[in-house]
Design a protein around this ligand. Structure first.
Ligand code: NAD
Length: 353
């Protein structure tokens, strides 16, 4: 099984190093048959090869069974014509990874704004407000005059259906509740379509409780009573924003794991960005990327019906949780004095325990 490692920008290589070590250890212990390939992307690739996403990396990505993608510093990238390709966008679109699954939960030992929460944001990943990637040719963001900038939002029936199905299927394995998030009171046509399709899908899941919330109220409710939510399904940008809010409520962005999943492909990618403010200091929290990698193993386990992968995924998450439960291991974002390296070693120790 080919696993492609793409460290990314800023803190990317720092958090990828301990994540890869943990994967190597799990591979050995559970005899998973992983073959690792590591390639440079982002600013390093731009300097060396003139593009943030060289063609050979895209080819390796298409051929890989699973990808671990580090955070990328898109804000610093030059325009596309000068090699600044948005790697997440291209990979998600090229492989049709329509479901971005982002869990957020409180964990023993981690101080959090939420007293208790255990939810998953299921974010549509291929359309919505992300106008740079919604067109067959050209971009949905444009500037008719120097004083007028416009952006188009795309919502499709099929895009809404398949993300709603992902959410309801996931809810069936959890506490059986789905909250549909929208702004159909204002965006009556686009969010109206998303909401009505999600409600039609809900009818196929009579065992799952369903409710809907307008996105602005949802932002408040998430803070007021996070423990009441189980699976939250949302269009692309609303899901992006709410999942960062949820991660922060659970303790911090450094805990926000995620996978981008399609029918037969998936990428592990932390929900957070490349954190240039702390890059190079050795203090970034690798938990989110580790949790993402564990989620990918769980996804691969289901796809391949592999017990070994399921056990490895479970042990990986358990080991991150155990490392987080000891205050001596925590990185500064979690008010600890630990480092990326010491946290990584703590997880490795837990894997061996
Ligand atoms: P960010 O998520 O990188 O950082 C926000 C805050 O959270 C910062 O204070 C940062 O230090 C902290 N933080 C994030 N991850 C952390 C970790 N693992 N450990 C400890 N602290 C952590 O968001 P930003 O500053 O708005 O964006 C920085 C860059 O990342 C931009 O170029 C942006 O375009 C890009 N970005 C990439 C992704 C992605 O690759 N999926 C997602 C969001 C933003």
């Amino acid at each position: 099984m080919k696993i492609l490692i793409l460290p990314g920008d800023d803190i990317g290589p720092e958090i990828m190093a301990p994540t890869k070590k943990a994967l190597v250890a799990l591979n050995k212990r559970f005899n998973l048959g992983f073959e690792f390939e590591e390639k440079s992307i982002g600013i390093d690739a731009l300097k060396a090869e003139g593009t943030t996403l060289p063609d050979h990396v895209l080819k390796s990505a298409q051929a890989a069974d699973g990808i671990i993608l580090g955070p990328i510093g898109t804000f610093k990238y030059p325009p596309k014509e000068q090699g600044g390709i948005n790697i997440s966008a291209v990979l998600r679109m090229a492989m049709d990874l329509y479901a971005n699954i982002r869990p957020a939960k409180t964990r023993p030992g981690v101080e959090s704004m939420a007293k208790e929460m255990d939810l998953v944001v299921v974010r549509e990943n291929t359309e919505g407000f992300y106008a740079d990637r919604t067109m067959f040719a050209g971009t949905g963001e444009f500037m008719p005059t120097e004083d007028l900038a416009m952006s188009m939002r795309k919502i499709t029936r099929e895009g809404s259906r398949r993300i709603a199905v992902s959410a309801f299927e996931l809810a069936r394995t959890r506490r059986k509740k789905v909250t549909i998030v929208h702004k159909a009171n204002v965006l009556k046509i686009t969010d109206g379509l998303f909401l009505s399709v999600a409600q039609q899908v809900a009818a196929d899941y009579p065992d799952v409780e369903v409710e809907d919330q307008i996105v602005d109220a949802m932002a408040a409710l998430l803070i007021r009573k996070p423990e009441t939510f189980d699976v939250i399904v949302a269009t692309n940008m609303f899901g992006d924003i709410l999942s960062d809010e949820a991660a922060e409520l659970s303790g911090g962005l450094g805990l926000g794991g995620s996978i981008n999943a399609g029918v037969d492909r998936a990428i592990a990618q932390a929900a957070h960005g490349s954190a240039p403010d702390i890059a190079g200091q050795g203090v970034a929290n690798p938990s989110a990327l580790m949790i993402s990698a564990a989620m990918l193993m769980g996804w691969l386990a289901q796809k391949n019906g592999s017990n070994a992968l399921a056990q490895a995924s479970e042990l990986f998450i358990k080991s991150v949780d155990s490392a987080l439960a000891n205050p001596a291991n925590l990185t500064p974002d979690l008010k600890g004095l630990g480092s990326t390296d010491s946290f990584g070693k703590a997880v490795l120790n837990e894997l061996d325990a």
